[in-house]
Design a protein around this ligand. Sequence first.
Ligand code: SF4
Length: 476
Amino acid sequence: MEIDKDKEEVKKIREWMNTEEYKELNFKRNAIVINPERACQPLGAVLCAAGFEDTMPFVHGSHGCVAYYRNNLSRHFREPMNAVSTSLTEDGAVFGGQANGFEGFKNALALYKPKMFAISTTCMSEVIGDDLGQIVTNAREKGFLPENILAPYANTPSFIGSHLEGYDNMLAAIIETLGIKTENFNDTINIIFGFDTTIGNIYEIKRLLKIMGAQYLVLSDYSNALDSPLNGEYKFYNEKLTKLDDTKASVNNKASIALQKFSTKKTLSVLADKFHQTVKTLRSPVGIKYTDEFLMMVSELTGKTITKEIENERGRAVDSMTDAQQYIHGKKFAIFGDPDMLTGLTSYLLEMGGIPKYVLCSNGNEEFKKDIEALFIEYSVTEGEVYINKDLWHLRSLVMTNPVDMLIGPSHGKFLAKDAKIPHVRMGYPIFDRVNIHRYPYYGYNGVINLTTWIVNKFMDILDDTCDDAHFELLR
Ligand code: SF4
């Protein structure tokens, strides 16, 4: 009898959680966050470091934090992820972590023999105020860190920013430490992807640059480390990552193009201010318009033409959109994830006549919000709503009170998609519950075809699964 009463009460509360009244209370919440779509700064720093030749990501902090980054990144890529920690514990917190740093350099050098340590910090080392520069200098003086081992370091306090700033801080530190300015200017352009865990995007952009005949250098190219072939040969440090000598010379290249705006600001300012390089920030090349912008920028900087082959690819992508437009037009979407992916995805959905009803970014800022609102105005969409610094529990309230047709974003959204009984297309970081998504690009014209395929076929599967016999059609 008591159990029945409890069940009734739970049911009542569950139903109340889907009401406008609950949504209002939920949006007044400011003491806690529930399921924010963001990771902490050092995770981004570790990913960035993984793209450089013979480099060991070296995190000054507790090993529990490092276990989290390794585990999180490994689950997404389904590949091993290297990183070491200085294993700070209570005594380090009281007396400072320098001794752990010395020990860490000594052990990691003996075991893993890197050419470079890419050093970042965690909450703990930031709170106790350890001076990374001092630790590196003292380690060199005392012989724990030989002069020939490169050691760029970045402060990556986890209580501000997110994995995006962590990536940016680490890349800026690597370029600032390694870059050697000379008068040897050349026609190579640097491509900076930013925090992008879709390896397919990296392959796609490199493929397009190759077709155009453009000389390029990817700064932090982890594609071969985090999508390494299974051929029976294990390599602790993968080949074909960004070479350290190329990184040193990268500051003399003709220009740098960043394909994300919110995880590359510091890096670009180092290249522009310290090395006087031409730098360009583009919207991530998602959808037709932003891919056009990318290719035209490459053409302008390198003098290379956009070939007929690429023009044909564009034509095929436009054809695929035209074939499928009727299935997306007028449909409402809730999308969430990192800001640059969301800007690109919003633009693509608008190109398809879709309505990005809710655009929610836990690590977005006012600049991002303005970018999305400008897109709504450009496409005369009046129903779109953009939320920054909100979490997935907020998004749940939104879709439960005013439903949408589809959710697009990383795996963490699956719980709210289930509650709201809407389909969920996986995109972004992290994706833990689907395979191979990160191997398919959403950048470029092929990315347009992939996005259209994922979204439209999901709608069609649902139609087939839920329609009655009379409407179970061969033609859709
Ligand atoms: S937020 Fe702080 S404590 Fe948590 S994993 Fe990141 S660095 Fe460690």
